[in-house]
Design a protein around this ligand. Structure first.
Ligand SMILES: [Zn+2]
Length: 637
């Protein structure tokens, strides 16, 4: 989903890199939303929705038939439903009593249904649909006007399906669906899945669409208009034809449709990169709707084609990519939205990379992903995972997690990264997933525990703010280059000290050599001995980290010098140290992964620590007392 919201335009003064001059994140204000973490007593298998839409009267006469399986014994059911008048509810052909409580329809079964029992509930209702007061999707909008851009449409994300049909309005409960929509003659109706039939009955037409893949409730949609012009096309996925449709307003079609048709190349590329398009036996469609944005309704993306999207490939790739990330795999809880939107935002960059090359990808990452988030961050300080409701559609769930995926790719390498995406995609296809499921695939694929990476990036707010300095010391025929990296993030207070692989570029004339380290401490120095002094040392030369960088500007000498504390390389397991005077010394020892190994305290002018029980390698010794400082030590075996 991409939304364009006027209210955010007032912030453009400090928003240097807007996309096409338009903003795309909706403001969410929720008062009465779904209790998504409450237990669901039943599992919906299938929705059969029948709507007789009286477009001139802007009313609806409808019947929703729900087939569900009881997950626990119960004598009543709670369905989500808001507005319109319910005339009758039947269960297994028998009328049942019901009442309405807040946004729920409570159906009395008149008996205790057993666990595992399959029930069919039919709800008949009619009236003028009410619409949600907040959120991106507000339900069903019936447009009776005779204008050349009149469109009747639905938009649910994330919780407005219940404003037009009784349902379990929760992404955890996916089902198959069928939609039979009756409209006055002259209207065309588009919905999810495949068109089974379109038949005239008197002065009306009945369109019957069927979605055979499990679909999340918020992705169930239709649109109807007298003003659509259809352009058909075909993409080829591994030799299988995929029907592509573009339903665009007649007045815009000639100008707009060519901009959408790049979707063929994009769906072919993503099918190669991830796995074949998940709804290959159905279709992919663009359907114009007048909402300021676009919405990835399963197999039929609704997009406002009256907006100048700038580089249209970006929005087309974003919405299409939700077919894999959001539709085939749906985030089981809305507060894991990054699995939908972070992935789709990253797919924008993947398409740019394929179309324009690696340099364009890098620029897109730095400007539209990392830069966009960093400009937004100063006023927001929540984690990606489990953000407040007001931020489930924000740079926290779009750009920041897209940057996290970029950094993960750089750490594990391209082959591993795309293998992870394929495994995750295929494992949870036609199902739902939580963040932990994706993280487990990463651990499994790499054979390593990546909790250090995900915990800091997903479960804590913020990003590193690095203060860089460097200096040079002659050592015989060579020079020692000392690079000092301080993490200065102090607001908000719960932004952690990040552990990340970092890279420095040492520039000498026209040559640049690269050195890499693991940075994991608030204040850490690295050194490397080379033949001659570099002209310049630059941090993160390829621009991979999601961070802010400040360079002190003054080449400094070894920060260990004159600090009052000196320690040596550890020989035979003994670390020797001395400090200026008798004073308290608190020391913590870390390994290169940033794990604290042990601590030591004492009041001594000099002494030694026995680290003979540790294996050989590089450690970091952090002096917690005195002026805080960090030393890199090597334990030789
Ligand atoms: Zn999206």
């Amino acid at each position: 989903m991409r939304a364009l919201v006027n209210i955010l335009l007032i912030l453009t003064a400090w928003w240097p890199k807007e996309r096409s001059g338009l903003e795309h994140h909706p403001v969410m204000e929720f008062a009465d939303f779904v209790l998504e973490d409450t237990s669901i007593a039943y599992d919906i298998q299938h929705y059969k929705l029948a709507f007789d839409v009286d477009i001139p009267a802007e009313t609806l006469s409808a019947q929703t038939e729900i087939t569900l399986k009881m997950l626990e014994p119960g004598d009543s059911l709670m369905l989500h439903f808001v507005g319109m008048e319910v005339s009758e509810i039947k269960e297994g052909g028998e009328s049942r009593s019901f009442n309405r409580v807040d946004s729920f329809l409570v159906v009395s079964l008149g008996r205790t249904a057993t666990e595992g029992e399959e029930l069919t509930i039919t709800v008949s209702y009619h009236g003028k649909p009410t619409r949600a007061s907040a959120g991106f999707g507000k339900g069903l909008y019936i447009d009776s006007s005779q204008s050349d851009d009149a469109v009747t449409y639905t938009c649910n994300a994330p919780w407005a399906a219940k404003y037009w049909f009784p349902c379990q309005d929760n992404p955890a409960d996916k089902a198959t669906s069928q939609m039979e929509i009756t409209v006055p003659e002259g209207y065309e109706v588009i919905s999810n899945g495949t068109l089974i039939s379109a038949e005239r009955t008197g002065a009306q037409w009945v369109f019957n669409w069927q979605e055979n893949h499990p679909i999340a409730t918020y992705l169930i949609a239709f649109a109807a208009s007298k003003n659509y012009v259809l352009t058909t096309d075909t993409a080829m996925i591994n030799g299988t034809p995929l029907p592509i449709y573009h339903w665009v307003l007649a007045k815009d079609s000639a100008q707009v449709t060519p901009k959408l048709m790049r979707v063929n190349e994009i769906v072919e590329y993503f099918s190669e990169l991830f796995y074949p398009y998940p709804f290959l036996d159905e279709k992919y469609a663009h359907v114009h709707f007048p909402v300021r944005g676009a919405m990835e309704n399963q197999t039929c993306t609704h997009i406002n084609t009256g907006i100048d999207w700038g580089d249209w490939d970006v929005i087309v790739a974003h919405e299409l990519s939700h077919s894999w990330w959001g539709n085939a795999i749906t985030c089981r809880k809305l507060k894991h939205m990054w699995l939908n939107e972070g992935f789709a935002t990253y797919c924008e960059a993947l398409w740019i990379e394929h179309r324009d090359g690696p340099q364009a990808y890098q620029e897109y990452y730095e400007n539209q992903i990392a830069g966009f988030y960093l400009d937004w961050f100063p006023a927001h300080n929540d984690p990606i995972l489990d953000p407040p409701w007001s931020e489930i559609y924000s740079p926290l769930t779009y750009e920041k997690p897209a940057a996290v995926l970029h950094m993960l790719r750089r750490i594990v390498g391209d082959d591993e990264f795309f293998s992870i995406l394929r495994t995750y995609g295929e494992r949870y296809q036609d199902s739902t997933a939580l963040s932990e499921d994706f993280e487990a695939v990463v651990d499994e694929a790499t054979g390593q525990d990546y909790s250090w990476f995900f915990n800091q990036w997903l479960r804590a707010p913020g990003h590193p703010e690095y203060l860089i300095s460097w200096g040079v010391e002659p050592t015989g025929d060579s020079v020692r280059v000392i690079m000092r990296l301080r993490q200065t993030q102090s607001w908000p207070p719960d932004v952690p000290i990040f552990q990340m692989p970092v890279e420095f570029g040492l520039i000498e004339g026209a040559d640049t050599s690269f050195v890499s380290f693991i940075d994991s401490l608030e204040d850490q120095s690295f050194e490397v001995t080379i033949g001659g002094a570099p002209d310049e040392v630059i941090f993160d030369p390829e621009g991979n980290l999601l961070c802010e960088i400040e360079v002190s500007g003054i080449a400094e000498k070894n920060p260990d010098e004159g600090s009052g504390f000196v320690c040596s390389t550890i020989c035979s397991g003994l670390l020797e140290y001395s400090c200026d005077a008798n004073q308290r010394v608190d020391i913590a020892i870390y390994d290169v992964a940033g794990r604290q190994i042990e601590t030591w305290s004492g009041i001594k002018e000099s002494g030694s620590l026995d680290l003979g029980h540790l294996s050989g390698g590089v450690y970091f010794l952090r002096v917690l007392s005195l002026p805080s400082q960090t030393h890199r030590v090597v334990l030789i075996r």
